[in-house]
Ligand binder design. Sequence first.
Ligand SMILES: Nc1nc2c(ncn2[C@@H]2O[C@H](COP(=O)(O)OP(=O)(O)O)[C@@H](O)[C@H]2O)c(=O)[nH]1
Ligand SMILES: [Mg+2]
Length: 407
Amino acid sequence: MKVQRFIGINGREALGLVRMALGPEAMILSNRTVAQGIEILACSSQDFNGIIESTEPAISPPVLRSESRLLPAQPLSTLNHTKVMPDISELMGELKAMRNSLESQIAEISWAGNQQKTPTKNGVLRELLNLGFSATLARYLSDNTPATMNLEEGLQWSKNVLIRNLATIGQEDQFLDQGGVYALVGPTGVGKTTTTAKLAARYVMRHGTKNLALITTDGYRIGAHEQLRIYGKILGVMVHSVKDEVDLRIALEELKSKHMVLIDTVGMSQRDQMVTEQISMLNGTKFPVKRLLCLNTTSNMETLNEVVTAYRGSGLEGCILTKLDEAAVLSHTIDVVLRQKLRLFYVGTGQRVPEDLAVASAKSLVEETFKKLDFVDSNHFEDSELSTLMSTKSAREDVSVRGIYVA
Ligand SMILES: Nc1nc2c(ncn2[C@@H]2O[C@H](COP(=O)(O)OP(=O)(O)O)[C@@H](O)[C@H]2O)c(=O)[nH]1
Ligand SMILES: [Mg+2]
């Protein structure tokens, strides 16, 4: 039997790799959480059938012949002068692997048993996974789906839970009329400058140019200042450039009479050490700078999670979702925003300034996500695959769903 090992960053990806290599009939032998994600051991169905057939005679005691392939079944004491010195750490490793595998299999069996009794929960889980939600959130919602509901009601219930738990600003006046100092932060190219210009234009339409100021900290890239300066010129709002914390303090002191100050920051990868420095620069002034994280909705879930974790610092005021017009799915973003408990301010729906910006609506975002329910692609899960996916440790032990209210 040719057993192959597949590792994916999550269960979905690992299963996808198995299917791609061994086809839809592949036999999953074990699955467990490893440092890189989820590991699945699998073989093709032909190989598996082969081994079943070849081991059938083993019901009667095997005849031990020296040339036989069954030789390893011999008791250790009869092995020809082979000195067996088991390495203790190797043994411990194997025991641990066996324990993990057993734990997974027991979880798989008990999970499958429970799900058979509750087909609605099973259906909700399958559809949420197919929509692209994380195993953790899908499982949490399906576990809590009232057992009396049918599938349609269960999915509607899940939708309502998601809508209720997504925090938004609701009305735009909560942001534009209250004013304050806001900095748009996030990785390069997510749309910080464009969104700053969109917000500035919205403010000007409501309150005029007099009480608005724009600041840019993007002094690294050639022409980066220019981008915001051009928008500022069109709007008739002055743009101030700052290099460091001292500059920022001076600028904010000068602009303290302004009702709204929008800061466009330099973009940097979430893996860059400078993110921490940027956060402390923004927190270092006596004027409270509220940070709004721009999240690119075309990114995958792992990247979004990493971005939020890196940019969170001592606390984000909220987030702005960008590039909704380019995103094939929104489940990833909703999942991360919900589990990371971020408040949604706006959504960017295109490149046009200022038209392509809307106040975030939890209902529209969730409705849009569920429109893909009938969408069947290569990632579509079958019921038979769910128990494997849901028995992995990562799906069982994640605590990030704890604050989500289902009542
Ligand atoms: N399709 C689309 N493009 C956007 C959106 N927001 C920004 N962009 C584009 O993304 C690119 C990078 O935007 P920019 O504001 O310079 O990103 P920054 O590096 O974060 O400041 C530009 O080409 C923008 O026009 C959006 O909501 N939808
Ligand atoms: Mg920029």
